[in-house]
Design a protein around this ligand. Structure first.
Ligand SMILES: CC(C)[C@H](C(=O)O)[C@@H](O)C(=O)O
Ligand code: SF4
Length: 771
């Protein structure tokens, strides 16, 4: 426990501790668990194999977002006909089966409430201030805008949360991003977060929970705050948080799953205590002056490649650090821009307005205001507008925004992740350049060889109209009133009756209260006799002697480790061929894969078991556990790097892979000379040491948390360990029902339409309704 003044993060963390062991490793209670189709199949399979139920269906809410086409659903008949890509269809259908089998509330494709997980949670009031929120998705950080502790987890952890409603965590550091003064006209929270990431880098927040504070933050709407926290993961942070205030309460009040009556009063009284105390300790403080920021976009292949719109692309010849210089050269080459090119002169091919960063109603209003009265430039082949949820879409249509976009030549779509990562039919063709409101501009993210530039919705819309990037402050609005459309997002709350007065909802709510450990139809059966698969039963990790492959790169993101097209599996194995796919293979004239000279394709590294990375932040970006699965499938058992992305680091341990942080100088001087020659290294986990083949000590001591070491050395299954703490979990649940009663109810408060429906029967059908 933190003694003395506490930060917002300290408070929310400490209020959720179920158990703390001597090493400081904590079991945290999870209030809200969002589930989507990409990262859950293997987790449900693990539960099934072990005969475990979902402990708290009422704390769980599922939807489909990544794989689904965004074309009109007017003629939607069934998933079989609507989703053409077989692997995408399988993932969606697998989720539909799992939510039925395990009794998890679900918004399917026929529900207006379907949307991107990070849009629907807040929209429904499922996300509440002071909660812990997790999802098998890195942008769970979005929910921190409410003063929730929200972070992305891997699939093994999804299984852990489904089974135990807890997660094993150790405390992160506290970081404060203080934004003084007011943002200038034309500058949005997207520009602000891009500016911050440009300043501190994608590893700037590694190991920390980032609190955003100051006058500029307090002035932001909830939606703008969500865009900020959404991208805190792009700064490497474990989570981003903003203290809840009147703006927060106003947004949350009256949402379908928000507390009401006396519970509301009790909740607000508690929420008002959730702020950083005067004198609270921050390990790091970054101060930003809002007035220094102008509209900002990215020029390269990392979110940290952010520059003011009036700047030119950087010049690598002026950079002395060799790793930075070669990274910059590669980024410019990939993105197809020369050094010193004015950003405003760069022409685009496509526009994407949407994603969990900027697919909410305010974003669409801002973009529509720019577009009104104009038409797409001739060189722009396609401009997609993809609402974050069905309800955002409905609201936009009520305001006539769809008509404004369509009149300007934009394509108006159904809710989903769409072109943010191209797991569905919305992709860029090779070398196409996109003005995108999403959050990641990694190589290949929006399609093989695609070129992504991140920016605000107004800037992306303006790029579509002008055909090139443009400073939004130079754009002539045709109807200046449009920028301040008066309908508030509260109108999204148009709904029939309050959930409190609905008897079905009441019944479900009380069912939710006793749902803990109540087996569902399927899981009520006795545990299956087959051994628990999932993440259980790993091989113990003791001493590893293996060939070490050198990798001279920084900021290797998980999109690069395993690109999006390989995420459509419902298994954990068979991912070897997708590992570093874009780097390991190139297409020949017939479109067949041919190996490149990438290090893992070259002898003796084809049998490497250790990866030695020279640059920082290995495994940054997405939470996909497919990254360690692919590395493991290839044969890699340990990765040595100066630093790691937090979620990847965690995911590695869950799969028996040991990530080791070693000082960059030591890597360059002692380890790389051996790996460059195809030599072997010895990683000794019990002694926390790295040696060469002859036994000479290269790294005297490396750090590893005692709990993680214990699990790895003994090949232990986290879930099994946590289940032994059942008594503590129960005690916490008793406390929660009393002290935090306003968090009870959760997704069990959703109103169900129990009228039988025609085939195809899916939970999407049975739960379809306006809210
Ligand atoms: C598919 C999922 C694991 C991934 C994430 O974690 O972020 C995706 O949402 C992304 O944006 O890359
Ligand atoms: S970042 Fe993109 S792909 Fe990931 S959840 Fe958000 S919208 Fe979906």
């Amino acid at each position: 426990m933190t003694a003395g003044p506490k930060t917002l993060y300290d408070k929310v963390f400490e209020n959720h501790v179920v158990h703390r062991d001597e090493s400081g490793s904590c079991l945290l209670y999870i209030d809200r668990h969002l589930v989507h189709e990409v990262t859950s199949p293997q987790a449900f399979e693990g539960l099934s194999n072990a005969g475990r139920p979902v402990r708290r269906p009422d704390c769980t809410l599922a939807t489909v977002d990544h794989n689904i086409p965004t074309e009109s659903r007017k003629d939607f008949k069934s998933l079989d006909t609507f989703i053409k890509q077989a692997d995408s269809r399988l993932q969606v259908k697998t989720l539909e089966k799992n939510v039925q089998d395990f009794g998890v509330p679900y918004f399917g494709m026929t529900s207006d409430r379907q949307g991107i997980v990070h849009t629907i949670g807040p929209e429904q009031g499922f996300t509440l201030p002071g909660t812990t929120v997790v999802c098998g998705d890195s942008h769970t950080s979005t929910h921190g805008a409410f003063g929730a502790l929200a972070f992305g987890i891997g699939t093994s952890e999804v299984e852990h949360v489904l089974a135990t409603q807890t997660i094993i965590q150790s405390k992160s550091k506290n970081m404060l991003i203080q934004v003084n003064g007011k943002l200038s006209p034309g500058v949005t929270s997207k520009d602000l977060i891009l500016h911050i990431i440009g300043k501190i880098g994608t590893a700037g927040g590694t190991g920390s929970v980032m609190e955003f504070a100051g006058e500029a933050i307090e002035a932001l709407s909830m939606e703008a705050r969500m865009s900020m926290c959404n991208m805190s993961i792009e700064a490497g942070a474990r989570a981003g948080m903003i203290k809840p205030d009147e703006t927060t309460f106003e947004y949350v009040k009256g949402r379908p799953l928000s507390p009401t009556g006396a519970e509301w009063e009790k909740a607000v009284a508690y929420w008002k205590t959730l702020n950083s105390d005067v004198g609270a300790h921050f390990d790091e403080i970054v101060t930003i002056e809002a007035k220094d920021i102008i509209p900002t976009i990215t020029w390269g292949t990392s979110p940290q490649d952010a520059l003011p719109i009036d700047a030119c692309t950087p010049d690598p010849s002026k950079v002395s650090d060799p790793i930075r210089k070669s990274g910059m050269e590669r980024a410019l080459q990939y993105i197809g821009l020369e050094p010193n090119t004015p950003l405003e002169s760069v022409k685009i091919d496509k526009v994407f307005i949407g994603s969990c960063t900027n697919g909410r109603i305010e974003d669409l209003r801002n973009a529509a205001a720019v577009v009104k009265g104009y038409h797409l430039a001739d060189n722009v082949k396609l401009a997609l507008v993809v609402p974050g949820s069905g309800l955002v879409k409905k609201q936009a249509e009520r305001e006539g925004l769809d008509k404004i976009f369509e009149a300007a030549g934009f394509s108006w779509r159904e809710a989903g992740c769409s072109m943010c990562l191209g797991m569905n039919p919305d992709i860029l063709d090779p070398y196409e350049r996109c003005a995108s409101t999403s959050n990641r501009n990694f190589e290949g993210r929006q399609g093989a060889l695609s070129r992504t530039h991140l920016m605000s919705p107004a800037m992306a819309a303006a790029a579509g109209i002008h055909g090139h990037f443009i400073d939004i402050r130079k754009h002539q609005y045709k109807n200046s009133d449009e920028a301040k459309i008066t309908i508030s997002s509260d109108e999204l709350l148009v709904q029939s009756g309050s959930v409190d007065n609905n008897p079905a909802a009441k019944a479900l709510s009380s069912a939710g209260k006793s749902a803990a450990a109540k087996p569902t139809a399927k899981s009520a059966s006795a545990p299956s006799s087959s051994p628990a698969k999932g993440n259980a039963g790993m091989d113990p990790f003791l001493t590893l002697e293996g060939i070490a492959a050198p990798l001279d790169k920084a900021n290797v993101d998980t999109d690069a480790i395993i690109p999006k097209q390989f995420l459509k599996t419902i298994k954990r194995t068979g991912l070897k061929s997708g590992l570093f796919y874009e780097w390991r293979f190139t297409k020949d004239a017939e479109g067949k894969d041919q190996p490149t000279d990438f290090v893992l394709n070259v002898e003796p590294y084809t049998s490497a078991e250790i990866l030695v990375v020279t640059g920082d932040n290995f495994g940054c970006g997405s939470s996909r556990e497919h990254a360690p699965w692919a590395l493991k499938d290839f044969g890699i058992k340990s990765i040595i790097a100066p630093s790691f992305g937090d979620i990847f680091y965690n995911n590695s341990f869950k799969n028996g892979i040991l990530p080791i942080r070693v000082n960059q100088q030591v890597i360059l001087e002692k380890l790389i000379p051996i790996s460059d020659k195809g030599g072997k290294l010895v990683v000794d986990l019990p002694n926390q040491q790295i040696r060469d083949h002859e036994g000479n000590v290269l790294v005297e001591h490396f750090d590893v948390e005692p709990f993680r070491k214990h699990c790895l050395v003994n090949g232990l299954d986290d879930i099994g360990i946590t289940m032994q703490k059942e008594q503590f979990i129960k005690e916490y649940e008793t406390l929660r029902r009393d002290a935090y009663s306003f968090f009870e109810g959760g997704s069990a408060l959703l109103k169900f339409d129990t009228v039988p429906v025609q085939k195809p029967v899916s939970t999407a059908d049975v739960m379809h309704q306006d809210w």
